[in-house]
Design a binder for this molecule. Structure first.
Ligand SMILES: N[C@@H](CCOP(=O)(O)O)C(=O)O
Length: 328
Protein backbone atom coordinates (compact mmCIF):
# COMPACT_ATOMS: atom_id res chain seq x y z
CA UNK A 1 0.00 0.00 0.00
CA UNK A 2 1.36 3.42 -1.02
CA UNK A 3 -0.03 6.82 -0.13
CA UNK A 4 -0.72 9.46 -2.78
CA UNK A 5 -1.34 13.19 -2.63
CA UNK A 6 -4.77 14.69 -3.30
CA UNK A 7 -3.02 17.12 -5.68
CA UNK A 8 -1.25 14.46 -7.71
CA UNK A 9 2.16 16.16 -7.86
CA UNK A 10 3.99 14.73 -4.83
CA UNK A 11 5.85 11.41 -4.64
CA UNK A 12 3.90 8.42 -3.35
CA UNK A 13 4.98 7.43 0.17
CA UNK A 14 5.08 4.30 2.30
CA UNK A 15 3.10 4.08 5.58
CA UNK A 16 6.21 4.90 7.63
CA UNK A 17 6.96 7.93 5.48
CA UNK A 18 3.39 9.16 5.57
CA UNK A 19 3.27 8.95 9.38
CA UNK A 20 6.57 10.83 9.56
CA UNK A 21 5.30 13.76 7.52
CA UNK A 22 2.32 16.06 7.31
CA UNK A 23 1.30 17.81 4.16
CA UNK A 24 2.46 16.52 0.81
CA UNK A 25 5.13 18.58 -0.94
CA UNK A 26 2.52 19.76 -3.51
CA UNK A 27 0.34 21.20 -0.72
CA UNK A 28 -2.07 18.25 -0.85
CA UNK A 29 -3.00 15.66 1.75
CA UNK A 30 -2.00 12.03 1.66
CA UNK A 31 -4.59 9.27 1.20
CA UNK A 32 -4.11 5.52 0.64
CA UNK A 33 -3.73 4.49 -3.00
CA UNK A 34 -6.49 1.90 -2.55
CA UNK A 35 -9.15 1.65 0.12
CA UNK A 36 -8.74 -1.68 1.94
CA UNK A 37 -11.97 -3.67 2.19
CA UNK A 38 -13.61 -5.14 5.28
CA UNK A 39 -15.79 -8.04 4.15
CA UNK A 40 -19.07 -8.92 5.85
CA UNK A 41 -17.28 -11.95 7.36
CA UNK A 42 -14.47 -9.76 8.71
CA UNK A 43 -17.03 -7.43 10.33
CA UNK A 44 -18.98 -10.38 11.74
CA UNK A 45 -15.81 -11.81 13.26
CA UNK A 46 -15.21 -8.54 15.16
CA UNK A 47 -18.31 -8.95 17.33
CA UNK A 48 -17.25 -9.19 20.96
CA UNK A 49 -13.57 -8.41 20.36
CA UNK A 50 -11.71 -5.81 22.42
CA UNK A 51 -11.28 -2.31 21.01
CA UNK A 52 -7.54 -2.92 20.69
CA UNK A 53 -8.05 -6.10 18.66
CA UNK A 54 -10.58 -4.41 16.34
CA UNK A 55 -8.14 -1.51 15.98
CA UNK A 56 -5.36 -3.91 15.03
CA UNK A 57 -7.52 -5.64 12.40
CA UNK A 58 -8.89 -2.41 10.88
CA UNK A 59 -5.50 -0.66 10.71
CA UNK A 60 -3.33 -3.62 9.67
CA UNK A 61 -3.86 -3.16 5.90
CA UNK A 62 -2.89 0.52 6.17
CA UNK A 63 0.32 -0.40 8.00
CA UNK A 64 1.05 -2.79 5.17
CA UNK A 65 3.50 -5.02 7.04
CA UNK A 66 5.84 -2.10 7.80
CA UNK A 67 5.55 -2.91 11.51
CA UNK A 68 5.50 -6.61 12.40
CA UNK A 69 2.15 -7.80 13.76
CA UNK A 70 3.36 -8.50 17.28
CA UNK A 71 4.96 -5.07 17.66
CA UNK A 72 1.96 -3.29 16.13
CA UNK A 73 -0.44 -5.19 18.42
CA UNK A 74 1.68 -4.06 21.39
CA UNK A 75 1.65 -0.41 20.25
CA UNK A 76 -2.14 -0.50 19.81
CA UNK A 77 -2.68 -2.26 23.15
CA UNK A 78 -0.51 0.31 25.00
CA UNK A 79 -2.26 3.24 23.30
CA UNK A 80 -5.75 2.14 24.37
CA UNK A 81 -4.70 0.97 27.84
CA UNK A 82 -4.51 4.70 28.69
CA UNK A 83 -8.32 4.98 28.45
CA UNK A 84 -10.33 4.83 31.66
CA UNK A 85 -13.14 2.69 30.20
CA UNK A 86 -12.57 -0.96 29.25
CA UNK A 87 -14.59 -0.49 26.06
CA UNK A 88 -12.39 2.56 25.18
CA UNK A 89 -15.31 4.21 23.28
CA UNK A 90 -18.47 2.78 24.92
CA UNK A 91 -21.93 3.27 23.48
CA UNK A 92 -24.49 4.82 25.78
CA UNK A 93 -28.09 4.06 24.81
CA UNK A 94 -30.24 7.20 24.94
CA UNK A 95 -33.38 5.85 23.30
CA UNK A 96 -34.60 2.81 21.36
CA UNK A 97 -32.51 3.62 18.29
CA UNK A 98 -30.36 6.44 19.54
CA UNK A 99 -26.88 5.97 20.99
CA UNK A 100 -24.11 8.24 22.15
CA UNK A 101 -20.58 7.10 21.29
CA UNK A 102 -18.53 8.22 24.27
CA UNK A 103 -15.21 9.42 22.94
CA UNK A 104 -14.12 11.13 26.14
CA UNK A 105 -12.52 8.37 28.21
CA UNK A 106 -8.95 9.17 27.12
CA UNK A 107 -6.37 11.01 29.22
CA UNK A 108 -7.37 14.55 28.11
CA UNK A 109 -11.11 13.81 27.77
CA UNK A 110 -11.03 14.95 24.13
CA UNK A 111 -11.95 12.56 21.30
CA UNK A 112 -8.53 13.36 19.83
CA UNK A 113 -6.98 10.94 22.35
CA UNK A 114 -8.30 8.08 20.21
CA UNK A 115 -5.84 8.95 17.46
CA UNK A 116 -3.12 10.81 19.32
CA UNK A 117 -2.38 8.15 21.92
CA UNK A 118 -1.58 5.94 18.94
CA UNK A 119 0.20 8.53 16.79
CA UNK A 120 2.71 9.46 19.54
CA UNK A 121 3.65 5.81 19.90
CA UNK A 122 3.90 5.25 16.12
CA UNK A 123 6.15 8.29 15.76
CA UNK A 124 8.42 7.15 18.57
CA UNK A 125 8.59 3.65 17.11
CA UNK A 126 9.62 4.81 13.62
CA UNK A 127 12.01 7.50 14.87
CA UNK A 128 13.74 5.07 17.25
CA UNK A 129 14.10 2.56 14.42
CA UNK A 130 15.73 5.22 12.25
CA UNK A 131 17.82 6.69 15.06
CA UNK A 132 16.31 10.10 14.23
CA UNK A 133 14.81 12.95 16.21
CA UNK A 134 11.90 15.00 14.80
CA UNK A 135 10.04 18.23 15.39
CA UNK A 136 6.30 17.73 15.76
CA UNK A 137 4.10 20.72 15.00
CA UNK A 138 0.41 21.26 15.49
CA UNK A 139 -2.19 24.00 15.52
CA UNK A 140 -5.01 23.86 17.99
CA UNK A 141 -8.08 25.56 19.30
CA UNK A 142 -7.58 23.40 22.40
CA UNK A 143 -8.41 19.74 21.97
CA UNK A 144 -5.80 18.57 19.45
CA UNK A 145 -3.06 20.39 21.36
CA UNK A 146 -3.87 18.84 24.72
CA UNK A 147 -4.21 15.35 23.26
CA UNK A 148 -1.06 15.67 21.12
CA UNK A 149 1.01 16.84 24.07
CA UNK A 150 -0.33 13.99 26.21
CA UNK A 151 0.40 11.52 23.41
CA UNK A 152 3.94 12.79 22.80
CA UNK A 153 5.27 13.99 26.15
CA UNK A 154 6.79 10.61 27.05
CA UNK A 155 8.30 10.07 23.60
CA UNK A 156 12.09 10.00 23.60
CA UNK A 157 12.69 10.95 20.00
CA UNK A 158 10.70 14.11 19.41
CA UNK A 159 10.06 17.67 20.46
CA UNK A 160 6.50 18.94 20.13
CA UNK A 161 5.51 22.54 19.36
CA UNK A 162 1.81 23.45 19.65
CA UNK A 163 0.44 26.77 18.43
CA UNK A 164 -2.79 27.96 20.03
CA UNK A 165 -4.67 31.24 19.63
CA UNK A 166 -3.99 33.42 22.66
CA UNK A 167 -7.10 33.78 24.85
CA UNK A 168 -9.23 31.70 22.48
CA UNK A 169 -8.91 28.22 23.96
CA UNK A 170 -10.89 26.93 26.92
CA UNK A 171 -9.23 27.48 30.28
CA UNK A 172 -9.18 23.73 30.97
CA UNK A 173 -7.40 22.97 27.71
CA UNK A 174 -5.01 25.92 28.11
CA UNK A 175 -3.97 24.48 31.45
CA UNK A 176 -3.80 20.92 30.09
CA UNK A 177 -1.34 22.14 27.47
CA UNK A 178 0.74 24.67 29.35
CA UNK A 179 1.14 22.99 32.71
CA UNK A 180 2.96 19.93 31.35
CA UNK A 181 6.47 19.86 32.73
CA UNK A 182 8.36 18.00 30.04
CA UNK A 183 11.55 19.14 28.32
CA UNK A 184 10.22 18.20 24.87
CA UNK A 185 6.92 20.16 25.05
CA UNK A 186 6.66 23.75 23.78
CA UNK A 187 3.48 25.85 23.74
CA UNK A 188 3.25 28.97 21.58
CA UNK A 189 0.31 31.35 22.02
CA UNK A 190 -0.21 33.32 18.81
CA UNK A 191 -2.14 36.51 18.11
CA UNK A 192 -4.99 35.40 15.85
CA UNK A 193 -7.39 32.49 15.59
CA UNK A 194 -7.10 28.75 14.94
CA UNK A 195 -6.91 29.23 11.17
CA UNK A 196 -3.99 31.64 11.59
CA UNK A 197 -2.23 28.97 13.67
CA UNK A 198 -3.04 26.29 11.09
CA UNK A 199 -1.76 28.56 8.30
CA UNK A 200 1.54 28.98 10.18
CA UNK A 201 1.90 25.21 10.52
CA UNK A 202 1.15 24.71 6.81
CA UNK A 203 3.62 27.48 5.88
CA UNK A 204 6.28 25.70 7.94
CA UNK A 205 5.73 22.56 5.89
CA UNK A 206 5.98 24.54 2.67
CA UNK A 207 9.33 26.10 3.68
CA UNK A 208 11.34 23.91 6.03
CA UNK A 209 14.66 25.72 5.62
CA UNK A 210 14.56 27.00 9.21
CA UNK A 211 14.81 23.40 10.48
CA UNK A 212 18.33 22.77 9.15
CA UNK A 213 17.33 19.33 7.95
CA UNK A 214 15.41 18.17 11.05
CA UNK A 215 12.29 16.26 10.08
CA UNK A 216 8.97 18.10 10.55
CA UNK A 217 5.87 16.02 11.36
CA UNK A 218 2.23 17.11 11.67
CA UNK A 219 -0.11 16.02 14.44
CA UNK A 220 -3.21 17.66 13.03
CA UNK A 221 -5.56 15.54 10.99
CA UNK A 222 -3.60 16.45 7.88
CA UNK A 223 -1.47 13.48 9.08
CA UNK A 224 -3.05 10.32 7.61
CA UNK A 225 -2.46 8.31 10.81
CA UNK A 226 -4.98 10.55 12.59
CA UNK A 227 -7.69 9.55 10.11
CA UNK A 228 -6.66 5.89 10.17
CA UNK A 229 -6.99 5.63 13.95
CA UNK A 230 -10.36 7.38 13.95
CA UNK A 231 -11.81 4.90 11.42
CA UNK A 232 -11.68 2.30 14.19
CA UNK A 233 -14.26 4.06 16.41
CA UNK A 234 -16.83 3.95 13.60
CA UNK A 235 -16.19 0.29 12.88
CA UNK A 236 -16.37 -0.59 16.59
CA UNK A 237 -19.65 1.28 17.01
CA UNK A 238 -21.08 -0.17 13.80
CA UNK A 239 -20.21 -3.74 14.81
CA UNK A 240 -21.63 -3.23 18.33
CA UNK A 241 -24.86 -2.02 16.73
CA UNK A 242 -25.20 -4.96 14.35
CA UNK A 243 -22.90 -4.47 11.33
CA UNK A 244 -22.70 -6.04 8.81
CA UNK A 245 -26.43 -6.87 9.15
CA UNK A 246 -27.64 -3.43 10.16
CA UNK A 247 -26.97 0.06 8.84
CA UNK A 248 -26.10 2.88 11.20
CA UNK A 249 -26.28 6.67 10.75
CA UNK A 250 -23.69 8.86 12.46
CA UNK A 251 -24.12 12.46 13.54
CA UNK A 252 -20.69 14.07 13.96
CA UNK A 253 -19.77 17.57 15.13
CA UNK A 254 -17.18 18.68 12.63
CA UNK A 255 -14.63 21.47 12.33
CA UNK A 256 -11.53 20.33 10.44
CA UNK A 257 -13.53 17.44 8.87
CA UNK A 258 -11.03 14.78 10.01
CA UNK A 259 -13.33 12.77 12.23
CA UNK A 260 -16.28 12.59 9.86
CA UNK A 261 -13.92 11.87 6.97
CA UNK A 262 -12.69 8.88 8.99
CA UNK A 263 -16.33 7.76 9.18
CA UNK A 264 -16.61 8.12 5.42
CA UNK A 265 -13.50 5.95 5.04
CA UNK A 266 -15.05 3.30 7.31
CA UNK A 267 -18.05 3.35 4.97
CA UNK A 268 -15.79 3.05 1.91
CA UNK A 269 -14.08 0.08 3.59
CA UNK A 270 -17.41 -1.73 3.84
CA UNK A 271 -19.13 -0.60 7.04
CA UNK A 272 -22.85 -0.31 6.25
CA UNK A 273 -23.63 3.36 6.93
CA UNK A 274 -26.95 4.90 5.99
CA UNK A 275 -26.12 8.54 6.50
CA UNK A 276 -23.61 10.97 7.97
CA UNK A 277 -25.06 14.08 9.55
CA UNK A 278 -22.48 16.83 10.01
CA UNK A 279 -23.08 19.22 12.87
CA UNK A 280 -21.44 22.65 12.85
CA UNK A 281 -21.81 25.82 14.89
CA UNK A 282 -21.95 29.39 13.59
CA UNK A 283 -18.67 28.68 11.76
CA UNK A 284 -20.59 26.76 9.15
CA UNK A 285 -18.36 26.38 6.09
CA UNK A 286 -19.29 22.68 5.87
CA UNK A 287 -23.01 23.37 5.96
CA UNK A 288 -22.68 26.16 3.38
CA UNK A 289 -20.58 23.95 1.10
CA UNK A 290 -22.87 20.94 1.19
CA UNK A 291 -26.11 22.93 1.05
CA UNK A 292 -25.13 25.66 -1.40
CA UNK A 293 -21.66 24.96 -2.87
CA UNK A 294 -20.28 27.89 -0.86
CA UNK A 295 -16.73 27.13 0.33
CA UNK A 296 -15.88 30.80 0.81
CA UNK A 297 -13.96 32.03 3.86
CA UNK A 298 -16.00 34.01 6.35
CA UNK A 299 -14.90 35.90 9.42
CA UNK A 300 -14.38 33.49 12.34
CA UNK A 301 -17.04 33.78 15.03
CA UNK A 302 -15.88 33.03 18.58
CA UNK A 303 -18.42 30.67 20.19
CA UNK A 304 -18.79 28.72 23.42
CA UNK A 305 -17.23 25.73 21.62
CA UNK A 306 -13.77 26.95 20.49
CA UNK A 307 -12.87 23.46 19.19
CA UNK A 308 -15.51 23.98 16.50
CA UNK A 309 -14.40 27.49 15.61
CA UNK A 310 -12.76 27.15 12.24
CA UNK A 311 -12.81 29.08 8.96
CA UNK A 312 -11.59 26.41 6.51
CA UNK A 313 -11.92 22.63 7.05
CA UNK A 314 -8.61 21.15 5.86
CA UNK A 315 -9.81 17.60 5.36
CA UNK A 316 -12.59 18.57 3.01
CA UNK A 317 -9.90 18.33 0.33
CA UNK A 318 -9.76 14.57 0.95
CA UNK A 319 -13.51 14.26 0.31
CA UNK A 320 -13.26 16.42 -2.84
CA UNK A 321 -10.53 14.10 -4.09
CA UNK A 322 -12.90 11.14 -3.70
CA UNK A 323 -15.88 13.05 -5.13
CA UNK A 324 -13.83 13.89 -8.23
CA UNK A 325 -12.88 10.23 -8.72
CA UNK A 326 -9.40 10.72 -7.29
CA UNK A 327 -8.33 13.09 -10.05
CA UNK A 328 -5.51 15.03 -8.35
N1 LIG B 1 -10.59 21.64 17.11
C1 LIG B 1 -9.34 21.24 16.59
C2 LIG B 1 -9.18 21.68 15.16
C3 LIG B 1 -7.99 20.98 14.54
O1 LIG B 1 -8.37 19.69 14.25
P1 LIG B 1 -7.44 18.52 13.77
O2 LIG B 1 -8.38 17.37 13.81
O3 LIG B 1 -6.97 18.83 12.42
O4 LIG B 1 -6.30 18.37 14.70
C4 LIG B 1 -8.23 21.86 17.41
O5 LIG B 1 -7.77 21.37 18.38
O6 LIG B 1 -7.85 22.92 17.03
Amino acid sequence: MRYISTRGQAPALSFEEVVLTGMASDGGLYVPEEVPQLSAEALEAMAGLSYAEIAFRVMKPFVNGEIDDETFRGIVRDAYATFSHDAVVPLNQLDANHFLLELFHGPTLAFKDVALQLLGRLLDHFLAKRGERAVIMGATSGDTGSAAIEGCRHCDNLDIFILHPHNRVSEVQRRQMTSVLADNVFNIAIEGNFDDAQAMVKASFADQGFLNGTRLVAVNSINWARIMAQIVSYVTAGVALGAPHRQVSFCVPSANFGNVFAGYMAYRMGLPVKQFIIATNANDILHRTLAANDFSKQELKATLAPSMDIVVSSNFERLLFEAYERDG
